[in-house]
Design a protein around this ligand. Structure first.
Ligand code: AMP
Length: 568
């Protein structure tokens, strides 16, 4: 009768299920006012029950959660992705999900998701988290990082039970308050990513007493509060909305044992640092050491290093090779297209590459996204768009239509597309090139992911001169065809520049890893900040060029002052 989605509140509403028991094994009976403010909340504790034992199956829910689990990702290619773990006493990695004891519930949910073996980040992160170590992992969306933290965290919660969090919630309930004390908090930058994590959490908490919840901005807060009040053991949240919930007294972090910061670099990019510090440092969250903290980030610039120093205790550092962004996987083309010719060129391109393969078109502005979507629609293409001005519901719908192939063309602004797991895009088109090379790398990383082949086409004209040199370097190092005009322009640009020899964009550090990975093993700059003009033979892949990391690998685990990515 009990599962994570089965609830009934008497006297007002009845949704999401038919049971009077929630996933914690309580009977949640709401008398009188339904979800209104004056209702009484009676909870019958069944906490003596063993959280590690699976609850009875629920066929309908099982169908809902696990149908369509096939991602179409070629996981065989995962084996080529290198991982490096550094830090004191790092546990060995696993090769199979059976190599570590994650308990009955997790194992049966892994079977239901049809994950046959761990991805590289999972092989390393799972034993690290299981041995209760803090973790800083540089890994991308698409690498399987969500399950890498959810599996060990949930399995630990199942083993340990709810502990004090349960008592606190019960105490609170006695006084008619419904503040929730999650055992685990996952912070994510965007609504879309938060929802993806939540979906994954629902799968791995199936048949358990853990109830996951998600809260994010731009959606009705009342509904989210009501959902929280039904119980929340694992909370996925965007930082702004969580602060709001805390201020309203709906969430207490006093008993949060597991803290995950996902896409930490994105969160900082989006200006969430004050909210993150408020949540982690200035409220009731247990201090580092007392909680277990895991940070995931695609890049590792200075600001992230500082956050890691402040939030993590004696952590292990994982560097996971960029998934599917090697030269064999992505063909990069740069074409000269004048502003006025972009639309007709786009049509030619779409016709040439086939209307049905998933194509993601990046534009600079929200207005531009709407206009281009209208244009394509009028030209008879099934397309959709995603940008910051669209409502949450519209964005989710657009993403769904795109993913399902109903609208195989999606026009997007960079911000709206951040952090999305769009794993089988065939073609990324930079209708408008970004001025930032890291952004370029992120965008084209949406194709050719996890072993699939991809194509990235960028429209270039004289508005894009600021990215010329970095773009050329990327193409050269990834052994792509370089148009001679681009080479000439880059040469001119470089000779005009007063700041030669040290790349401005990469002064922050680990972002450069993407760059090197992009390059299929070589990197354009050595660790002294000087350009390697001598080709790409020398600095090979992950293992080879330790100097790329400034030889400072050994310094992880606390001594950040010594990490100088460029060595000079
Ligand atoms: P993520 O990097 O967490 O966004 O995951 C990317 C995609 O890979 C998601 O659709 C996951 O459901 C899927 N995935 C994660 N781990 C595995 C695995 N071990 N085997 C198969 N698929 C996986």
């Amino acid at each position: 009768v009990v599962n994570s989605d089965a609830y009934t509140s008497f006297g007002g509403r009845s949704d999401r299920g038919k049971s009077a028991f929630n996933d914690r094994g309580y009977c949640n009976i709401c008398f009188g006012g339904g979800t209104g403010g004056n209702s009484r909340w009676v909870e019958e504790s069944r906490d003596e029950e063993d959280w590690s034992k699976p609850l009875s199956p629920n066929e309908r829910l099982e169908q809902e959660l696990f149908s369509g689990s096939n991602t179409g990702i070629n996981f065989e290619k995962y084996d080529d992705i290198p991982v490096e773990a550094t830090g004191t006493n790092s546990p060995g990695h696993i090769e199979s999900f059976h190599d570590v004891d994650m308990g009955e519930i997790i194992m049966s949910n892994i079977t239901l998701t049809r994950y046959t073996r761990p991805t590289p980040v999972q092989k390393y992160a799972i034993p690290i988290i299981k041995t209760k170590r803090d973790l800083m992992a540089c890994a991308q969306t698409g690498s399987g990082k969500t399950a890498a933290f959810l599996l060990p965290v949930l399995s630990q919660i199942y083993t340990d039970g709810p502990g004090e969090a349960l008592q606190a919630t019960q105490e609170n309930g006695k006084y008619g308050r419904r503040k929730q004390y999650p055992i685990s908090l996952v912070l994510a930058p965007t609504r879309e990513l938060a929802l993806q994590i939540y979906d994954e959490a629902r799968k791995f908490s199936y048949r358990s007493r853990v109830r996951p919840c998600v809260v994010y901005g731009g959606a009705d807060i009342g509904q989210q509060i009501r959902d929280l009040e039904r119980g929340c053991h694992l909370l996925v949240a965007t930082p702004g909305r969580l602060v709001d919930m805390m201020e309203r007294g709906k969430i207490g972090l006093d008993y949060c044992k597991y803290l995950v910061l996902d896409e930490a670099d994105r969160m900082l990019d989006m200006g969430f640092e004050p909210q993150i510090r408020r949540i982690v440092e200035q409220d009731t969250m247990p201090p580092k050491g007392a909680r277990q903290t895991m940070m995931f980030s695609a890049t590792f610039p200075k600001e992230i290093q500082i956050l890691a120093r402040d939030f993590l205790e004696e952590y292990i550092f994982l560097a996971v090779g960029r998934v599917g962004s090697t030269s064999e996987n992505i063909t990069q083309k740069v074409v000269w297209v004048e502003e006025n010719d972009k639309r007709s060129f786009l049509l030619d391109l779409l016709n040439a590459t086939g209307k049905d393969s998933l194509t993601l078109v990046f534009v600079e502005t929200k207005k531009g996204a709407d206009a281009l979507e209208d244009f394509l629609y009028r030209e008879g293409y099934a397309c959709t768009s995603i940008h910051g001005d669209r409502s949450q519901r519209d964005r989710e719908e657009a993403l769904h239509q795109f993913r399902s192939g109903r609208c195989p063309i999606m026009v997007a602004t960079a911000v709206a597309a951040r952090g999305l797991d769009i794993s089988n895009v065939k073609h990324v088109i930079n209708f408008d090139l970004p001025s930032d090379i890291e952004e370029y790398v992120h965008r084209i990383g949406r194709t050719g992911r996890v072993g699939n082949l991809g194509l990235a086409t960028s429209f270039y004209n004289d508005k894009n001169s600021n990215i010329t040199k970095d773009l050329l370097d990327i193409l050269v190092e990834a052994k792509q065809e370089v148009p001679s005009w681009l080479e000439n322009l880059a040469y001119e640009h470089q000779h005009k520049s007063t700041n030669r020899g040290r790349p401005k964009r990469f002064s922050g550090g680990f972002g450069a890893r993407d760059y090197r990975q992009m390059a299929g093993g070589g990197n354009a700059f050595n660790n002294r900040g000087a350009r390697n003009t001598g080709g790409h033979g020398g600095n090979r892949g992950f293992g080879g060029n330790k100097g790329y990391y400034g030889g400072n690998y050994g310094n992880y685990g606390g001594n950040y002052a010594q990490v100088d990515w460029w060595g000079s």
